[in-house]
Design a protein around this ligand. Structure first.
Ligand SMILES: Cc1cc2nc3c(=O)[nH]c(=O)nc-3n(C[C@H](O)[C@H](O)[C@H](O)COP(=O)(O)O)c2cc1C
Length: 209
């Protein structure tokens, strides 16, 4: 990838508070994919943030330094990977609450990638579909590729490595795709191209004969 100024920044948000979370491992692997594309990455572990329950008040977060820190970190990124465990057929409440404390300012126009883990064999299809709808409501560009690790405790070893290279590949590919499209949306070449396009004659070649 060409130089990106400022450097392309992709963050991953872990939607599980569990100490030995498989979601955290899955998000880390996805971020490695983004790093392979040259992006700077950061893992956001919601365990490290003291967040209030969203009460819908506009200025609620002003009294919560960790909520302000989270908003700043998401704002500074060009792409965001959301990771969630499957909780009762959807994504986790802790992730939903974190997203509810933010909005268009943090996510609008950004590329979002989705990864999930589950205890059961069915995987996180519904959880990721639910997250996809939420991403759309936040005006993010949700990447079509997503990755899930079903029966996570069977597939991650004690060192946090996956025994199945297909899962590993898919997780990395989510990160690669988020980086690729974040670059496409924000690079100076794209901005220059859009400026040319916006100033070009209306719909050249598009007239009916
Ligand atoms: C409240 C709760 C609900 C869960 N519901 C489901 C479920 O509906 N389907 C499933 O496959 N696993 C379910 N699980 C299992 C988790 O998806 C699994 O333990 C996963 O590894 C948790 O993510 P973590 O390792 O990142 O904490 C549930 C776990 C919890 C705690």
């Amino acid at each position: 990838m060409q130089d990106h100024h400022p450097p392309l920044r992709i963050i991953g948000i872990v939607g599980s508070l569990r100490q030995g979370s498989y979601t955290r491992l899955a998000v880390k692997i996805a971020l490695q994919g983004a790093e392979e594309m040259g992006a700077a990455t950061r893992l956001i572990d919601l365990r490290d943030y003291d967040l209030p329950f969203c009460n819908g008040e506009h200025d609620q977060v002003d009294d919560f330094p960790d909520a302000l820190r989270l908003k700043e970190e998401v704002s500074a990124a060009q792409g965001v990977i959301l990771g969630s465990p499957d909780y009762h057929g959807s994504f986790s409440g802790v992730l939903k609450n974190a997203l509810d404390l933010m909005g268009f300012d943090e996510f609008g126009g950004k590329v979002m990638g989705l990864v999930g883990v589950s205890g059961g064999a069915l995987g996180t299809v519904n959880a990721l579909n639910d997250l996809r709808k939420v991403g759309r409501s936040l005006h993010a560009w949700v990447a079509p590729q997503q990755a899930a690790v079903p029966q996570a405790s069977k597939h991650f070893d004690a060192n946090g490595r996956l025994d199945d290279s297909d899962y590993e590949k898919r997780l990395r590919e989510v990160g690669r795709e988020v980086a690729r499209f974040a670059y496409l949306l924000t690079s100076k070449e794209t901005r220059a191209f859009l400026e040319l396009w916006e100033n070009a004659m209306p719909n050249p070649g598009g007239e009916h004969r």
